[in-house]
Design a binder for this molecule. Structure first.
Ligand code: NDP
Length: 293
């Protein structure tokens, strides 16, 4: 049995916030408060929780975050013209549209409408193109947070076989590109798996580092992993149970099952999720810095 190390996002996010305080003070001394506009369309309960925790963290850091609530029936054109107004509003440095959006709105059209310099989520094709070609850009918050966790705990990616499960534009695809890039945080050999992959275990069992972003609660169990693997569990789900709270938060990995076989794992909650918020704060401060010149 291996002693499985917990890669807590708590310490790492705190280190990020501490490092940002100085930069925030310096911006404020010039009369600039990094500010984020968050647009929430409709009543999705999980989205409301995410938006609330983002704005709570902004408040804690003395930053400005305004949530704009739009009705479920908002049209795509209506949302886009709203975003265009925010693009012109110099008091906001970042503009974020909480996903998922109601059916009548195509998220790719909406993301394209956000000015790339205000795209603190890093989802705009211009930023994703820059990321792919190794140029400076807003890196999507969850992949950026994963890189920070790995480097904070001195987990080297160079020469490692890294298997990424999931190819979404917000997690799997960008983290696979970043981890295979030629730089200190990358240089891994990356295999990207998805629902078209036949026999997932063939790949997961070879992984030195396994990044799991499937959106399927507790899918990855002991038999999927190699002894000593490092596991990054991106998934986050609220599962009902019979205990006091009535639910538990779980990831895409059955954490109990891999304990003693994995060498390290990010906990859920308290892992990648905390880093996603920390990176949103960092990207917004960066946007304010860039726009101040
Ligand atoms: P998506 O649903 O957009 O993507 C899931 C990916 O997993 C897809 O590529 C899909 O394949 C693949 N997949 C699904 N089921 C299987 C399977 N059985 N076998 C192989 N591949 C499969 O999810 P996201 O990337 O947006 O999110 C993933 C998870 O991470 C979710 O639980 C989400 O809640 C969580 N999340 C957490 C964040 C955090 O801050 N902690 C931030 C963002 C997301 P295909 O492409 O073929 O459909």
């Amino acid at each position: 049995m291996i002693d499985t190390r917990l890669l807590s996002g708590r310490d790492v996010s705190q280190a990020v916030y501490t490092a940002l305080h100085h930069q925030i003070r310096s911006l404020k001394s010039k009369g600039i408060t990094p500010s984020l506009a968050v647009i929430l369309v409709g009543d999705d309960p999980s989205s409301k929780v995410y938006v609330k925790s983002k704005s709570r963290q902004f408040e804690k850091m003395g930053l400005r975050s305004e949530t704009i609530l739009l009705p479920e029936a908002t049209s795509e054109a209506g949302l886009i013209s709203f975003i265009e107004e925010l693009n012109q509003d110099s008091t906001f440095h970042g503009v974020l549209v909480q996903l998922p959006l109601p059916r009548q709105i195509r998220s790719e059209k909406v993301i394209r409408a956000i000015a790339p310099k205000k795209d603190v989520d890093g989802f705009h094709p211009e930023n994703l193109g820059l990321l792919t070609t190794g140029q400076s850009c807003f890196i999507p918050c969850t992949p950026k947070g994963i890189l920070k966790i790995l480097s904070h705990f001195n987990i080297s990616t160079k020469g490692q076989h890294i298997v990424v499960l999931g190819r979404s534009n917000i997690v799997g695809r960008p983290i696979s590109i970043l981890l295979s890039s030629k730089n200190n945080n990358g240089n891994g050999t990356v295999t990207l798996c998805h629902s078209g992959t036949s026999d997932l275990k063939t790949y997961t069992r070879q992984a030195d580092i396994l990044i799991v972003a499937l959106g399927v609660p507790k899918m990855i169990t002991r038999s999927f992993i190699k002894k000593g693997a490092v596991i990054v569990d991106v998934g986050i789900h609220r599962l009902p149970n019979n205990f006091e709270k009535g639910y538990e938060i779980v990831g895409d990995v059955d954490q109990q099952s891999v304990e003693g076989k994995a060498s390290a794992i990010t906990p859920v909650p308290g892992g990648v999720g905390l880093m996603t918020i920390a990176m949103l704060v960092e990207n917004t401060v960066e946007a304010a810095e860039i726009q101040s010149h």
